[in-house]
Design a protein around this ligand. Structure first.
Ligand code: NAD
Length: 245
């Protein structure tokens, strides 16, 4: 019987999710990646297994409730536990509100917010049964202060804070904590596609005068899922070099 904790990381194939997966693996958690990108999943799984833990991946769309439930049933057969869920998968479809289509709005809400709800609902029964669990939702500073061109994204990330707090209140007495992290500007494939002008505008407003790295977020996740953080729940923590102060 393997005694290591099991952590699911959505969107764990690359970017911030990959760094979170590597950080949790280095602290001896078995890792389960949920993503859509097969090659990236394979590569990340190889790197994780070099740390001496198990890593599996599932090509699952987190907006597909039936598929998510099937994967959970598969993972939890033989009474296996889910200890940690990191709701990290997210997308952007930026546009000014005058031009934003219903489809652009709905899709971003569906992945970033509804997808996190679906994954949370899928694991929560298992965590309640085990009287231990850690859920970390990756929100964003734009969920706190808004951003032109991101009405859909900032709404989804603000919604994630509501999901965090409500879920935290529901399950706190069962040994489960639920917290949200709001990264600022973190260098990744998501931010690489922004123009130099947009990047400079961010930089001008970051007191630390540098962009964040995925490992800055991963370090906080590592702490929040640890036993040391057992009395922290419903909290929203920025990792942004002071951007949203
Ligand atoms: P990324 O695009 O590099 O990674 C996102 C991952 O999510 C990808 O691997 C993608 O395949 C996966 N994904 C997307 N839709 C999915 C779906 N329906 N089902 C399963 N997997 C799906 O982005 P990132 O920069 O690493 O961002 C990770 C998280 O951090 C996102 O939630 C993002 O909103 C948030 N965030 C990022 C920044 C930043 O500056 N990069 C800032 C604040 C918040």
């Amino acid at each position: 019987m393997n005694e290591l904790k099991q952590a699911i990381i959505t969107g764990g194939a690359r970017g911030i999710g990959k760094q979170i997966a590597l950080a949790l693996a280095s602290r001896k958690n078995n890792i389960i990646l949920w993503d859509l990108l097969e090659e990236e999943c394979q590569q990340t799984a190889r790197e994780i297994e070099q740390q001496g833990v198990k890593c599996s991946y599932y090509l699952v769309d987190i907006t597909d409730q039936k598929a998510v439930q099937e994967v959970i049933n598969e993972i939890t057969k033989d009474d296996r536990k889910i200890d940690i869920l990191i709701n990290n998968a997210g997308i952007t479809k930026d546009n000014l509100i005058m031009k934003m289509t219903d489809q652009e709005f709905r899709k971003v809400i569906e992945v970033n917010l509804t997808g996190s709800f679906i994954c949370t609902k899928a694991v929560i029964r298992n965590m309640i049964k085990n009287r231990w669990g850690r859920i970390v939702n990756i929100s964003s500073v734009v969920g706190l202060f808004g951003n032109p061109g991101q009405a859909n994204y900032s709404s989804s990330k603000a919604g994630l804070i509501g999901l965090t707090k409500s879920t935290a209140k529901e399950v706190a007495s069962r040994g489960i904590t639920v917290n949200a992290i709001c990264p600022g500007f973190i260098q990744s494939e998501m931010t690489d596609k922004l123009s130099d002008k947009v990047k400079q505008a961010y930089m001008d407003n970051i007191p630390a005068r540098k962009f964040g790295e995925a490992k800055d977020v991963a370090n906080l996740v590592s702490f929040l899922v640890s036993d040391e953080a057992s009395y922290i729940t419903g909290e929203v923590i920025r990792v942004d070099g002071g951007l949203a102060m």
